[in-house]
Design a protein around this ligand. Structure first.
Ligand code: FES
Length: 101
């Protein structure tokens, strides 16, 4: 039996947590924040199901780029993205078509 749990998400982003760990953060004002956390803060997202977009850290996705983080946009799963360390978050938001709140 499957039950539903309501969520406010309008999109889902899967971010490789291991890539972020290998970069020792790599994003945010001091370059010490993992990509997922930096994006959540940059977009002013609420937590969990109440957020407008779900940004979920996942295990290794098997790409393992050097100096970048693997990201999958749930709306475009045919084209995985590699976000370079220290990338401008405004550009990342625009490229991934995330809407700031
Ligand atoms: S470590 Fe991120 S894809 Fe493997």
């Amino acid at each position: 039996m499957v039950r539903n749990v309501r969520a406010e998400w309008t999109g889902t982003l899967l971010v490789c947590g291991k890539c972020s760990k290998k970069l020792d953060g790599g994003f945010g004002p001091k370059g010490r924040e993992p990509l997922g956390k930096a994006l959540r803060r940059h977009l002013g997202l609420k937590k969990g199901r109440k957020a407008a977009t779900g940004i979920v850290e996942v295990k290794c996705l098997g790409i393992c780029p050097k100096g970048a983080v693997t990201v999958i946009d749930g709306a475009d799963p045919h084209s995985w993205k590699l976000v370079a360390k220290g990338a401008d978050l405004d550009e990342v938001v625009e490229t991934l078509n995330l809407q700031p709140r």
